[in-house]
Design a protein around this ligand. Structure first.
Ligand SMILES: [Zn+2]
Length: 249
């Protein structure tokens, strides 16, 4: 809207509100003051609503760099290097670690849950490349590679290795499907974005993320991106950034 439009709108509002104001002034002088104030408020509103919100900058951070809070890792996008390890890990309790920024926001999230009368615990946060070698190796030994690939990540591909993802539990459910049906799980799904987290493997998105629904696995992406995804109704990082779906290795 250019200045001519603004002036036209202001003039129009003045005309519409000013007309009745004149009538009110003639009939009931005390109400005239009130009407004038309304007119000013209306004019102010028209002017303050002018600046357009800048478009969200999807290139602000890298989704390739493993040190970036926006890094996208999936079965087609290993971390580079595959043995990447974050340099700013801190404890989040429960013997678990996350990168500092993610840890600070997780503690706010847990406090928010507590305020809502819910208990949530950090169960599995950062996992090193070597830990993942063991976890994945054990899964292959126990159930074969096909099952291992569907249920755990190959070393270098796990989001847990970024130090930005953590599995939480509560309401009597740990890293289990039932967590999604608990009050804690429902609160998490509804509120994680306010603390900069997303449910990274949402229901019905296995063809995109490569993982079945994991209501317990949250990923820190920062409050700006989490708010934008929430606003746009984007459920996965792949879809938000226009990256290829990664259903399998
Ligand atoms: Zn997880």
């Amino acid at each position: 809207m250019n200045i001519k439009h603004i002036l036209a709108v202001v003039a129009f509002i003045t005309l519409i509100v000013g007309g009745p104001a004149y009538v009110l002034f003639v009939k009931e002088p005390p109400k005239q003051q009130q009407t004038t104030t309304d007119t000013k408020t209306e004019q102010k509103k028209v002017i303050t609503e002018q600046p357009k919100e800048p478009a969200f900058d999807k290139t602000k951070y890298s989704y390739d760099d493993p040190t970036s809070i926006w890094v996208v890792s999936n079965k087609q996008r290993p971390l580079n290097p595959k043995n990447y390890a974050p340099s700013d890990l801190v404890s989040v309790g429960g013997g678990q670690q996350l990168r500092k920024e993610a840890a600070d926001n997780l503690s706010k999230l847990l406090a928010g849950a507590k305020t809502a009368g819910l208990t949530m615990s950090p169960l599995s946060g950062y996992r090193s490349y070597n830990t993942q070698v063991t976890v994945y190796g054990n899964e292959v030994k126990a159930n074969g590679q096909a099952v291992a690939d569907s249920q755990s990540a190959r070393p270098g591909y796990s989001e847990h290795q970024t130090g930005l993802a953590i599995d939480v539990g509560g309401g009597g459910c740990g890293i289990e499907d039932c967590f999604g049906d608990t009050a804690a799980g429902k609160w998490l799904a509804a509120n994680a974005h306010a603390y900069g987290f997303i449910i990274r493997y949402p229901e019905g998105k296995q063809d995109v993320t490569g993982y079945r629904y994991e209501p317990w696995h949250i990923r820190y992406i920062g409050t700006d991106l989490a708010a934008e995804m929430h606003k746009k109704g984007a459920l996965t990082l792949e879809e938000f950034f226009g990256l290829p779906a990664a259903p399998s290795y």
